[in-house]
Structure formats: structure tokens, C-alpha cells
Write a protein that binds this ligand. Structure first.
Ligand code: MN
Length: 473
């Protein structure tokens, strides 16, 4: 399990007894947090920091420990902040400044100077906050008694974002083919992506996949097809087409495993050696949290893998989508999101149907795909674009809705949602911000999670929510 170092600050003016109490209180807080956060990350106690050398040592240790994804700091007593400078200058991992107390309430009857000197995070955390601000240390601040649910949820969210940032730093992304010819928004600076996010994005010829496809056995195909039949409704007689997708999925998964790749792209413009565009194959893979971007959209693919990592253990669905068409009924506008095939079944409100239909572009055989109506609920849509000088995240709150009427002639999976704060503002704000037509939609994550990710990766973020006004755009 990934670790978070818990670093408590104090100083040596208080004497041994106070420092003993500080350490005991820290351990108690950690014990409680670990109880509540189990299966997310393990919080690991570190000796109380009272000098510059100790601060330097603990941040060197945190930075060097590959299992440590971030640090939690807390100033139980006063801790003169010049002693943190050297240490903080070393830290290169996400930091949560936990502004809490060992005690929930003030013991009004018994409080004396000893108690107040021991429990003075209101004082010490401000001193520490100042030096973080002065040094420009990117950090999240969680405020409140550590046993309160809102504080626990904040720590959990931080832990999940820190784990995702760590995962992102060593993530490999494979592009089968390049991005779709002439399309601007799916392109990007892959060197900068690796510097900023750690994404090692590499091109592979589709032939590398074709080699693996040719090695897939009939038995493997039959097994995969049986799994499809179990999970999905087989609403086609064209089993040959379904088996073709099974073959692609087996080959793609072998490739991902062999190359240690967590996210991939393909493009309908480069399918040499394939009879169909991967549809069902990609949909079933996406449901496992593997990142995918169509038309060579490596940014969306990588972002999806990172967001799926962030959402691990949470209720809700996270995957790629594409803005497609609108219902523009005045005052009741709705958006329909879909793709030519590749919508993840994590969004299905019903048992997905396997169907086979021709594809109007690409000039290949009719591919098998999953068709379903989408779930409802609150969510976010997140897009990453390359603005030239930097990357920008556009994060919009959305309300997923059930489709108002059946769409029996639409041969693809679809989601529908309402924009926030209203259709015109939401759509215009997205377009002003340069948000793409590809996005990662999540009903598991919140704007705050994405804001935190943006902060720790030093990425510009445009949030579109109930407070958005076009006059600000
Ligand atoms: Mn697309």
C-alpha cells in the first residue's frame, strides 16, 4: 500500500515531557486516520521535527521513498518556521497541511497555560502556513477536528489525488497510429506531458498489434466471447464479428501487459491489418480503468487512466466521452454524449447489448459494439488541452440524466446531461476556455479532486460550475 508520511512540527523549548506528549498525540491521530482510511493509503508516523536538520532529514526521506506518495504536516505546538525552509525546498510530493488539534473542545474548567502551550496549532500552523506561502509550496489545507467526517473525507481525497499523481509520474501511454489527420485539439506536446505529468507517450505501429492478434488462439477467443455473453446481452447473430473483437481485446491486453502501458489510443485512419475498428474490445478494456482516447487523443487517454486511479474504491463511473449533439428546446436543453463506438459500459444504466452495425467512416467491416442508455446523477466532465505555452484543464459540473425517449435507431451507447449553471453559460464557457470535444466524465470524482490534481501538477484549471458567469470568461 502507498504511504503518506505524517510529520509533526514542534521545537525544543518545551522540554522532554511536552515533546513526549506531542509524539503520543500524533500517533493517536494517525491511528484514528488509518482506521478510517483503510485500503486507501497508510499514514506513517515520523519523529517530531524540532530542528532544521530534522526537517531536512524527513523531507529527504519522504522524497527518496518510492512508496511515499505525499506528506501530511501538522504543527501541534509552535514551530519557528525558518527551520522548515531547507526541508520544504527539497519536497517534491503533494503536501496536506492538516490544521487540527488533539482536543476537540476547549476544557474551559481546567485550561491553563500548560494546556494552551501544548495545544496551539492555531498559532503554530499559521507560522508554518506563512513559510509555505512565502516559499510557494503547493499544498492542500484541511481544517477541523481530525475525527470529524469532513476532515476524514478531505484527507481521503488528498490521499487519492496523491496516489494518482504518483501513478501519473511513471505512467506509460501507447499510441497506435498518430492523432487524426488535421485535428488540432487532440494533438499536444508529448515532451511537456512527460515533464509535467510523467506520461511517457510513445507511438507504435498498428502492425505491432496485428502481430499479437495473429497469435491469439481459438480457445482464448472462445473464452473471451463466453465472458462477453455473461456480462452483456448478445443482441446479434453475427458471432464472427463479436469474436473478431474478442481477438482484438486479447491482443491489446497482452500488449498493455507486456509494455506496462496504462493508457492507449487508436485511430480509424490507421487500421492496416485489422478488419474492424476496435469497439466492444476497447469498451470492455475501458471498464477496467485502462485509459483510452480515440483518434490518437493521448491526453484524454492518459487523463482517464489518472482519474480512474484517483477514483479507485469510490462509487461511481469514470471514462472517456465525446460531446456529440444537443436537444435545444428552450429552457430544457440537453446534451447527448457518445462516440462512434467507444463508450465504457461503466456508464450503463441497463445491461449493455452487443450489436453489430456498419461504421459510416473508416471503410472497414461492421464492428461489434456495446449499446446502452447512460446512468444519471451528478458528475464532472474534464478536458485537457494544450494551449501552447501550457496545458489547461477545463472542469465542468454536469447533471447526467436519463434519456427522455428511446432512440432505437442510434447504434451506439450514449449519455445525456444538463450543463451547469445553465445550458448557454455552460456551453459558452467551455468553448471560451478551449475545452475539447473529448472529455473524461466522472460521477465518482468532484471538482475539488481535479482542482487538487491541477494544483499539485501546476496546471491551469478553468472550473465551470454554479458560480460561472460569462462576464468572467
Ligand atoms: Mn472523437
Amino acid at each position: 500500500m502507498k504511504k503518506l508520511y505524517f510529520i509533526t512540527g514542534s521545537q525544543d523549548l518545551y522540554g522532554a515531557d511536552t515533546l513526549k506528549q506531542v509524539a503520543a498525540d500524533s500517533r493517536q491521530i494517525i491511528e484514528y486516520l488509518n482506521l478510517r482510511l483503510k485500503n486507501t493509503a497508510e499514514i506513517v508516523w515520523q519523529p517530531t521535527v524540532t530542528t532544521s536538520d530534522e526537517a531536512e532529514d524527513v523531507f529527504i526521506k519522504a522524497t527518496a521513498d518510492k512508496d511515499c506518495v505525499g506528506v501530511i504536516t501538522w504543527m501541534h505546538t509552535f514551530s519557528p518556521a525558518k527551520m522548515w525552509i531547507r526541508g520544504l525546498q527539497i519536497l517534491n510530493k503533494p503536501m496536506l497541511h492538516l490544521h487540527t488539534q488533539a482536543n476537540e473542545k476547549i476544557p474551559y474548567e481546567s485550561i491553563n497555560m500548560d494546556f494552551m502551550n501544548l495545544n496551539q496549532s492555531a498559532h503554530g500552523d499559521r507560522e508554518f502556513g506563512f513559510i509555505c506561502a512565502r516559499l510557494g509550496v503547493k499544498r492542500e489545507v484541511a481544517v477541523g477536528y481530525y475525527k470529524h467526517d469532513c476532515v476524514i473525507e478531505k484527507v481521503r481525497s488528498f490521499a487519492q489525488v496523491a496516489i494518482a499523481v504518483d501513478f501519473s509520474r511513471r505512467m506509460k501511454v501507447a499510441m497506435f497510429g498518430s492523432n487524426m489527420r488535421d485535428v488540432a485539439v487532440t494533438d499536444g506536446d508529448r515532451v511537456e506531458s512527460e515533464i509535467r505529468y510523467g506520461w511517457n507517450v510513445n507511438y507504435y505501429g498498428i502492425g505491432d498489434l496485428v502481430d499479437l492478434i495473429e497469435g491469439v488462439t481459438e480457445r482464448e477467443i472462445d473464452e473471451k466471447t463466453a465472458q462477453y455473453a455473461e456480462k452483456y446481452e448478445m443482441a446479434t447473430d453475427d458471432i464472427v464479428s463479436v469474436k473478431e473483437q474478442a481477438k482484438y481485446q486479447i491482443a491489446i491486453e497482452k500488449f498493455l501487459k507486456r509494455e506496462k502501458v496504462s493508457a492507449f489510443t487508436d485511430t480509424f485512419q490507421d487500421l492496416h491489418g485489422l478488419n474492424q475498428l476496435p469497439g466492444l474490445a476497447v469498451q470492455d478494456i475501458m471498464a477496467k480503468g485502462v485509459g483510452f482516447g480515440p483518434e490518437g487523443d493521448y491526453k484524454t487517454s492518459a487523463l482517464m487512466a489518472v482519474m480512474c486511479k484517483m477514483a479507485l474504491g469510490r462509487l461511481g463511473a469514470t471514462a472517456f466521452t465525446e460531446d456529440y449533439t444537443y436537444d435545444l428546446t428552450a429552457g430544457d436543453e440537453k446534451e447527448l454524449a457518445s462516440h462512434m463506438l467507444e463508450i465504457s459500459p461503466v456508464f450503463a444504466a441497463e445491461k449493455p447489448k452487443i450489436q453489430v452495425h456498419p461504421l459510416s467512416i473508416g471503410g472497414k467491416q461492421a464492428p461489434a459494439r456495446l449499446v446502452f442508455d447512460g446512468i444519471e446523477g451528478e458528475g464532472i466532465a474534464v478536458s485537457m488541452v494544450d494551449i501552447g505555452s501550457h496545458f489547461r484543464l477545463v472542469c465542468a459540473k454536469i447533471n447526467l440524466i436519463r434519456q427522455p425517449q428511446p432512440m432505437p435507431n442510434l447504434p451506439v451507447a450514449r449519455l445525456m446531461w444538463k450543463l451547469i449553471p445553465d445550458f448557454k453559460t455552460g456551453a459558452a464557457a467551455w468553448i471560451y476556455a478551449g475545452g475539447a470535444h473529448h472529455a473524461v466524465v466522472s460521477t465518482a470524482l468532484t471538482v475539488d479532486d481535479i482542482r487538487m490534481f491541477a494544483k499539485f501538477t501546476d496546471t491551469e484549471i478553468v472550473v465551470i460550475d454554479e458560480n460561472t458567469k460569462l462576464t468572467d470568461m
